[in-house]
Ligand binder design. Structure first.
Ligand SMILES: Nc1ncnc2c1ncn2[C@@H]1O[C@H](COP(=O)(O)OP(=O)(O)O)[C@@H](O)[C@H]1O
Ligand SMILES: [Mg+2]
Length: 480
């Protein structure tokens, strides 16, 4: 038995001087395995680490075979766009050259980014490093007035030259790219990331013309764009004619199976197990945003590694400490958004925010949120606000005073302005002993092994996909 073996090894290690509390791994071995499988902030570049994106990888692969077609990956911040783009870029790219990665900033123009692309492509080919190289990141343009950032792995770009010499003219760009295509036989992929950050509508619309032109000219250099946004119209403008040259890939939140896959793969590599409860809670808190799964797992395995007792299974103590460590280790932007919204929890804002985050529906009606709120307050044994005061708190959460953490759509349904915030709200509640997002519990956990807080399945605004997942928990999320 694998675990018996691990236990035996762990037991014997306790007699040694060293403290190897996961199997017989020393710290460097542990860290190596941990970071091969968990990367809370760095994008994924290897297909084997990309969980739950098979339909999208397949779709992009087919699009890359189609001459002249560009790809646009769009979805919420943190959902995994860069990871998908980089993984497919490495997969499709010929072996003797690395893909080109460029990241837009608000000042990016069509001309400067194209100069960056052309400079990168004109560099002599090089032997690719085996494995994944370190990311080099530079800023193009005058310091402090970045035009765009260039991430190269591991090629370098002449940044100053690119900034000084933009190629604004579309025909000129197309001619240069045609020449490069004619001279090179290999597949080359260019990823233009964070496209939504380009501030100028006009600059963004130049890319629509560009996509059409390179489609017509059958240029072999393939472009993959990534941007935050629910629709391409908002990103590219109403340039209907460019859409037939584009494969649009909308990235949904990760399915439950994909969330669990991240946990299970890392645990298996470390030869430990994560019990049902923490495994479920990690997936529930994440809300399908993989960053949280990676982060909480990383902290969880560190807790196990640093335990003074040898361990092969994550206990509830490890999990609780991992949640607390994750709250502290979170990206500053998310922490600030939350802290300023709850205003030191003056007047019970924190629990109202928890109530908003208590369901996987992206859009929720105020009465559904109030129902969550009452459940939460009951379970936590706290006194609930009256419905009218609650409604006033919700309105305040939408105001500038609370950084507009919550917004409403035209029909008055509420949502987090940035969907990724919801995972952090859940994490903060969990740290204080309040489990949110239990609504999947009945459907997902077949053995019903831990207490339920009277949560119900979605009644309001549940999407087709949410329903499918709730009805058929084992079914893969087909995505879009
Ligand atoms: N399909 C996936 N499977 C496992 N982890 C993922 C997946 N997609 C993204 N991640 C992880 O989630 C985090 C955020 O992903 P990223 O690609 O940067 O998102 P985005 O570009 O949409 O903001 C990264 O740390 C990455 O390792
Ligand atoms: Mg990204």
């Amino acid at each position: 038995m694998q675990h018996a073996e691990v236990a035996r090894q762990s037991g014997s290690s306790s007699h040694n001087e060293q403290h190897f509390m996961i199997g017989n791994l020393d710290e460097s071995e542990f860290v190596k395995i941990l970071h091969q499988h968990l990367s809370p902030t760095a994008p994924i570049q290897l297909e084997e680490n990309l969980c739950g994106r098979e339909p999208q990888v397949r779709k992009i692969k087919q699009a890359l075979y189609a001459p002249g077609r560009s790809i646009f990956i769009h979805g919420d911040r943190g959902v995994g766009k860069t990871s998908l783009a980089q993984t497919v870029a490495y997969k499709h790219q010929s072996a003797n050259r690395d893909p080109v990665f460029l990241v837009c900033t608000p000042q990016t123009t069509f001309g400067t980014i194209m100069r960056g692309v052309i400079n990168a492509l004109e560099q002599p080919q090089r032997i690719r490093h085996s494995g994944v190289a370190t990311t080099h990141q530079g800023t193009l343009g005058v310091p402090g007035v970045a035009s765009y950032q260039v991430i190269r792995q591991p090629q370098q770009i002449d940044i100053a030259a690119a900034a000084a010499d933009p190629v604004d003219d579309l025909n000129h760009v197309v001619a240069l790219l045609s020449q490069i295509s004619a001279n090179t036989k290999e597949d080359t992929v260019v990823v233009i990331d964070e496209f939504d950050r380009i501030a100028s509508d006009e600059e963004r619309s130049h890319f629509a013309d560009f996509i059409k032109q390179i489609g017509d000219q059958k240029i072999t250099v393939r472009f993959v764009f990534c941007g935050v946004g629910e629709s391409l119209d908002k990103l590219l403008g109403a340039h209907g004619s460019c859409y037939r040259y584009l494969e649009s890939v909308e990235l949904p939140r990760l399915s439950w199976d994909a969330r669990w896959e991240i946990v299970d793969r890392a645990a298996a590599a470390l030869k430990v197990t994560v019990g049902d409860r923490p495994r479920f809670r990690i997936a529930a808190i994440s809300d399908g945003f993989p960053h949280y799964v990676h982060l909480v797992c990383e902290k969880l395995f560190w807790e196990m590694f640093e335990d003074t007792e040898p361990c092969i299974a994550a206990g509830s103590g490890h999990y609780t400490s991992a949640v607390a460590a994750s709250v502290l280790g979170i990206e500053q932007h998310l922490k600030q958004t939350y802290d300023s919204a709850i205003m030191q929890n003056a007047d019970g804002f924190e629990e109202v925010l928890w109530a908003v985050a208590d369901h996987s529906d992206l859009f929720r009606r105020p009465d559904s949120i109030y129902e969550s709120y009452l459940n939460i307050m009951r379970a936590a044994n706290r006194t609930a606000l009256d419905r009218h005061i609650f409604a006033a708190r919700l309105r305040t959460l939408k105001s500038a005073r609370c950084n507009q953490i919550v917004a409403t759509n035209g029909a008055g349904w509420l949502h987090f302005r940035e969907s990724i915030v919801r995972g952090y709200v859940r994490l903060r509640a969990e740290e204080q002993g309040v489990e949110l997002a239990l609504e999947y519990q009945a459907a997902k956990v077949k053995q019903g092994s831990w207490p339920q807080r009277g949560a119900k399945r979605g009644r309001f605004g549940t999407t087709q996909r949410d329903w499918q997942q709730m009805q058929n928990p084992d079914e893969e999320d087909s995505g879009s």
